[in-house]
Design a protein around this ligand. Structure first.
Ligand code: ADP
Ligand code: MG
Length: 341
């Protein structure tokens, strides 16, 4: 069946904004006024407010050959919510701005906003505005997320002897990306061969549909654990550890065999002759939380499923070290994704 294709010009800017924002329902009391005026109005009474923003550029941050627009909309929102969560905050509002070229249809933008709406519903977030422009080439998306927090956790609070913890597992999103890239090149060379993505649902989902770990900060609160420092893992474990240690003026030790890695990630890495630990350390886009806690909270953290203690914070003079199962020390350096090449 042929998909319906309505050119953007048929709607015009204002018609398009009305059309795509129609299905969004406001859920938070902090949102006094959303879309429709020159600015949105928020009321956080006397709370501290967190704001974060991200820019996503076609061909740099995403590839539309293998990224469905609905997934892209979802992911663009989630990666911003993850930054609010990494401050120990609760996301409440987003703005969503885009520049589109004429190669996009109204239906394509609808699909993108379906993903945005899905993320807003799942995370109880209000879409309160944005901006819409045309672009000469590809698609450009900018999302801003706003939220609040009672106890803000920064990157700079880690202390010597603190335990280093990570949620979920690492490296899967990176191996998912490698699989998509491989199938893309096979497909472009032999267009009659359909991509073979079977058996790799988990790593593909990790790449295409990541989640913000708001469940983790909720359970930490329940267990009365307040992290001393926290960051979300967008650029790989090494890079995030460097951020925490640099800002906290500490060193660290992490143990290779304690890094949580899913079996599917290992299987894919083996196929690529790639070390799964390298995927965890230097891959990116896992959006798990890396945080430190006082050693006195060890018993409490042990009781939480899906959190791994991977090492501890040391004096700055020790540097950042990865300890192999044989006990040798390897210095940790950042080789994660660098936006400015
Ligand atoms: P202005 O000319 O003041 O920038 P716009 O006509 O661009 O206003 O926007 C009108 C309303 O629609 C505003 O509330 C704005 O935040 C919202 N809006 C514009 N573009 C988008 C978008 N892509 N997604 C969500 N809301 C949007
Ligand atoms: Mg505008």
């Amino acid at each position: 069946m042929q998909k319906k294709v309505t050119p953007l010009s048929e709607f015009g800017e204002f018609g398009l904004i009305d059309h795509i924002t129609n299905d969004f329902k406001k859920v938070n009391k902090e949102t006094l006024y959303g879309i429709g005026d020159d600015a949105a109005v928020l009321d956080y009474v006397d709370k501290k407010v967190l704001i974060t923003t991200d820019l996503l550029v076609e061909g740099i941050h995403f590839n539309l050959v293998y990224t469905p627009l609905k997934h892209l909309g979802y992911k663009a929102v989630v990666v911003n919510l993850s930054d609010i969560v990494a401050m120990n905050g609760t996301p409440k509002q987003i703005t969503f701005s885009l520049a589109v070229s004429s190669k996009f249809s109204v239906e394509a933008i609808e699909e993108l906003y379906e993903g945005v709406n899905l993320a807003c519903k799942k995370y109880n977030v209000d879409l309160i505005g944005g901006d819409t422009s045309s672009s000469l080439t590809g698609l450009l998306i900018s999302v801003t997320a706003i939220g609040d927090a009672n106890d803000i956790v920064y990157r700079n609070g880690a202390k010597e002897t603190d335990l280093i913890c990570v949620s979920g597992d690492l490296g899967a999103a990176y191996m998912g990306l490698q699989l998509l890239e491989r199938e893309k090149s096979v497909f472009s060379e032999t267009s009659h061969v359909q991509p073979d993505l079977s058996g790799y649902d988990y790593i593909l989902e990790r790449q295409l549909k990541p989640e913000a770990r708001i469940d983790i900060i909720k359970i930490l609160k329940e267990k009365e654990i307040l992290p001393t420092s926290m960051i979300d893992i967008s650029d790989g474990l090494s890079s995030e550890l460097l951020h925490i240690c640099k800002q906290s003026k500490t060193g660290c030790r992490i143990y290779t065999e304690k890094i949580p890695i899913d079996a599917e990630t290992c299987k894919m890495a083996n196929e690529f002759n790639f070390s799964p630990e390298t995927a965890a350390l230097n891959g990116g886009e896992d959006y798990e939380l890396l945080f430190t806690i006082p050693i006195s909270d060890f018993e409490k953290i042990k009781s939480i499923k899906g959190i791994s203690v991977i090492g501890n914070i040391t004096n700055a003079s020790e540097g950042l070290n990865l300890i192999s199962p044989e006990g040798s020390f390897i210095q940790i350096t950042a080789q994660g994704w660098n936006a400015i090449k």
